[in-house]
Design a protein around this ligand. Structure first.
Ligand SMILES: Nc1ncnc2c1ncn2[C@@H]1O[C@H](COP(=O)(O)OP(=O)(O)OP(=O)(O)O)[C@@H](O)[C@H]1O
Ligand SMILES: [Mg+2]
Length: 387
């Protein structure tokens, strides 16, 4: 008999897969609720239940076998999570926090209420006619300038569900073609001419211990995160402190448990929050090889209410580069060349079917010199993606 807890993860993507690496080291048992048997995490976790995260029965049955339930993604409906809570099951983060990562309008309302800086924004109902939508975009653009950013409030990822509208004509095209899923509404935002994008991650336990990671620079290409540099190069101490304090404030104000990522715009208006993720996040993959404690380990520690691990860097510069697939990325055949070229590169493969633009894995490089480390990481990622 041992007393190790079972952590249930809803969703079988690469985040659950990388949580398994941390769970192995801690000796904690991970169970996963996965849609398919070949999903990234289902391939590496022995205890897999197949089921949809929207299937109430499937989620309840799964959760009853776990000491605590957490997530690979944000899409479990709040009604189902509330049922779990009512059944006495621990859910971390809880639905009251998670709703702010599920719905961007709810997030904007709460952050505005808490006095946290955001781009100018406005909610527009999904029920409006095309004419009303165009009028709303026009009025918002008059007040805040064009272009106007329109987002689906729910269900978007990797830039899907984000449109930049130059004028009313483009607003009309969007209104005519867009089909908002999952009861989403429209969120209009001021287009922020940012100088760079940053992410501030914190871990928070149910007992209230919080720790911040170094603030990183993220690069999005066509809406998808492609590169992360830790720590964010050239960022002054004051801005670092500000970004961390925004993330800590968000974690506390919303009662987040586990990992929280706050995506930020660094702009002439100062730091503005873009959006939140309440789980390990692409902006923290560098931490597996580059921090004393990875975001995946700290996520597990946090949801288990264990003391958190140190978040400091293991090297002066750490760079993470995503491997984005093409139709034909085979993956492994590039390994001999890439590994021979750079014995210090760290490779992470997610076991997913190659598809154009899909995140298939990432590489991490670390060292002393920013340009040198960035160069090595980009070369390795590109060699694998484009071979
Ligand atoms: N208001 C804005 N002004 C300027 N650029 C923006 C704005 N909102 C979003 N973007 C750009 O689009 C990217 C994707 O937006 P957002 O993070 O809201 O979408 P997402 O699809 O939910 O992304 P994720 O994959 O992080 O969940 C941002 O990282 C940023 O580069
Ligand atoms: Mg984002």
């Amino acid at each position: 008999m041992t007393d190790f807890p079972v952590v249930g993860v809803i969703g079988g993507g690469q985040l659950a897969r990388m949580m398994q690496q941390a769970a192995i080291a801690l000796g904690v048992e991970l169970k996963v609720l996965s849609v398919g048997p070949r999903d990234s995490a289902a391939l590496v976790i022995s205890d897999v239940e197949l089921g949809e995260h929207t299937d109430r029965e499937a989620v309840l049955n799964f959760a009853h076998e776990c000491d605590v339930v957490t997530f690979d993604h944000e899409h479990v409906p709040a009604e189902i999570l509330n049922e779990l809570i009512n059944a006495g099951i621990r859910v971390e983060p809880g639905p009251q926090a998670l709703v702010h990562a599920q719905d961007k309008i709810t997030m904007r309302e709460a952050l505005t209420e808490a006095g946290i800086p955001c781009p100018a924004w406005q909610a527009v109902s999904r029920e409006v006619s095309a004419d009303e939508f165009v009028a709303a975009v026009d009025a918002f653009g008059q007040a805040n300038g064009f272009p106007v950013v329109a987002k689906t409030s729910r269900g978007g990822y990797d830039g899907r569900g984000v449109w930049v509208l130059a004028d009313g004509m483009q607003a009309r095209e969007l209104a005519n073609q867009a089909d908002l899923q999952n009861n989403a509404n429209w969120l209009l935002e001021q287009f922020v001419p940012f100088t760079q994008e940053l992410a501030a991650q914190v871990a928070r336990t149910p007992s209230g211990q919080v720790l911040a990671y170094p603030v990183v620079r993220t690069v999005q290409t066509d809406g998808i995160c492609t590169e992360v540099v830790a720590p964010a190069p050239g960022l002054d101490d004051e801005t670092v402190a500000q970004a961390q304090s925004i993330a800590l404030k968000v974690a506390q104000a919303l009662g987040v448990t586990g990992m929280l990522a706050v995506e930020l715009f660094d702009s002439e208006q100062g730091l503005l929050v873009n959006e939140l993720a309440m789980r390990p996040h692409n902006s923290g993959h560098w931490s597996i090889d580059g921090a004393v404690t990875s975001q995946f380990e700290n996520h597990l520690r946090a949801v288990l209410d264990l003391p958190l691990g140190a978040t400091g860097l293991r090297a002066p510069v750490v760079v993470m580069e995503n491997i984005l697939g093409t139709e034909s990325t085979p993956g492994y055949s590039a390994y001999p060349g890439v590994l021979a070229q750079d014995p210090r590169i760290k490779l992470h493969w997610y076991g997913k079917e190659p598809r154009a633009g899909r995140k298939l894995g990432h590489v991490t490089a670390y060292g002393e010199d920013l340009d040198e480390v960035v160069g090595r990481a980009r070369f390795a990622a590109k060699s694998i993606a484009d071979q």
